[in-house]
Design a protein around this ligand. Structure first.
Ligand SMILES: Cc1cc2nc3c(=O)[nH]c(=O)nc-3n(C[C@H](O)[C@H](O)[C@H](O)COP(=O)(O)OP(=O)(O)OC[C@H]3O[C@@H](n4cnc5c(N)ncnc54)[C@H](O)[C@@H]3O)c2cc1C
Length: 372
């Protein structure tokens, strides 16, 4: 039998960030994950400097033996229209590999780890939760990503009444010959928005790794669109002709769309389990990390009393940080009717591409790192 103060189900960025903060607050914390780490996660692997800052990552230490790709520019385009490149003259983001990044964060969290074990059930016993029949805990945190079983336990109708972003991604190492022929610069990811503004594809080089993917609202003809995108990148010389990719799918909820309850007596949800990805870009690592830290602050202040009303401050913190639920996706950020023609026009302008699309929607440059 394992006894702890807090059990976190899921050792991704949300779970590991929360675990580290709870450990530092002196709470006995266990992380349960169905995967053995290092494990992969379907993701482009792009993080902003605010993530590095709030997690206090020593970049020199991190880069030793791991991929850390500085990003200094972006290329952005709409459909078949000519793409525009914005250069920043300094580092504005980083590319990481999720198998390395998540492993690094989880290992340094200091939490007790139960890896390779799937959450099966939980029930109340003597005022505590008994999870999988052998973990007794006062509080359970669901950090299991979009398909988190704890979110389901709280009543989330996964995939039923939720409008999720469906995405496919492939990451592979290029041979030296392929890398020499790859038409994408490592420090300059490329983003291609679909004509209907329901999503975008990316081609992102991290050292000799190439990450290609496409995400959009709903999964109608997703695989076909991904194949079209891949063929287009190959015909343009961005992806080496002899490269092959195995695309893997996943989903996530945008903050504006999520309706999941995030709290109950002795239960909280963080990260993708709560549906927190930024509406316009789909960036989810930063909200995952921040929600994990916000939850940890509320838990520490609750001083062992984890009734719903004592944890309610977490919902307030989320609202203060991310705004009210609702709000705009990429397409809703532009008045309806004019949407497509206006978007075409705006994406051809340097001002909009840099100041709104990149600085505001993708880099969230206006929002400093979370202070905890
Ligand atoms: C194609 C794609 C590209 C993306 N690109 C980016 C990007 O470039 N930058 C960015 O910021 N965001 C990106 N995102 C979003 C980002 O990946 C997520 O928002 C982020 O991983 C959320 O972190 P998390 O810790 O909440 O969940 P996850 O990272 O999903 O971790 C959940 C953990 O829970 C474990 N788990 C799940 N079910 C169980 C269970 N039943 N029992 C035990 N353990 C379980 C899993 O094994 C996993 O380790 C992308 C998403 C997709 C789909």
């Amino acid at each position: 039998m394992i006894n702890c103060d807090v059990l976190i189900v899921g050792g991704g960025p949300a779970g590991s960030s929360c675990a580290r903060a709870l450990r530092r607050a002196g709470l006995q914390t266990v992380v349960l994950d169905k995967a053995s780490f290092p494990r992969d996660k379907v993701c482009a692997g792009w993080i902003t400097p605010q993530v590095v800052e709030v997690l206090q990552i020593d970049l020199r230490d991190y880069a030793s033996g791991r991929v850390l790709q500085p990003i200094t520019a972006f290329t952005a385009g709409l459909g078949e229209h000519a793409a525009r490149t914005v250069r920043y003259g300094g580092i504005v983001s980083y590319g990481i590999r999720r198998c390395e990044f998540d492993h690094y964060l989880l290992a340094r969290s200091g939490a007790q780890l139960c890896l390779g074990e799937t959450w099966k059930d939980m029930r109340r016993q003597d005022g505590r939760w008994l999870v999988n029949g052998h973990i007794s805990t006062a509080l359970v945190i669901g950090a299991g990503g979009h398909f988190c079983p704890v979110a389901r336990f709280l009543g989330a109708q996964l995939g039923k009444d939720e409008r999720a972003i469906a995405a496919q991604e492939a990451e592979f190492v290029m041979s030296a010959a392929q890398a020499a022929r790859c038409g994408v610069s490592a420090e300059q990811p490329e983003l291609y928005f679909s004509e209907d503004l329901q999503g975008y594809g990316w081609c992102f080089r991290k050292g000799n790794y190439l990450n290609v993917g496409l995400g959009r609202e709903g999964n109608h003809r997703l695989a076909e669109r991904v194949q079209d995108f891949w063929s287009r990148l190959q015909s343009q010389g961005k992806v080496p002709q002899d490269a092959s990719a195995h695309f893997k799918g996943h989903a996530y909820l945008l903050y504006s769309h999520a309706r999941r309850p995030v709290l109950a007596d002795g239960v909280m949800l963080i990260g993708d389990a709560a549906g927190l990805a930024y509406p316009q870009s789909g960036e989810g690592i930063r909200p995952a990390v921040e929600s994990g830290l916000l939850a940890a602050g509320v838990i520490a202040a609750a001083a062992g009393d984890y009734r719903r009303e004592r944890l309610a401050g977490y919902e307030d913190r989320l609202r203060e940080r991310f705004g009210p639920r609702g709000g705009g996706t990429l397409s809703k950020g532009i008045p309806s009717g004019l949407r497509l023609s206006l978007a075409r026009h705006l994406l051809q302008t340097r001002w909009f591409t840099r100041r709104v699309l990149l600085d505001r929607w993708f880099l969230h440059a206006h929002q400093a790192a979370l202070r905890v």
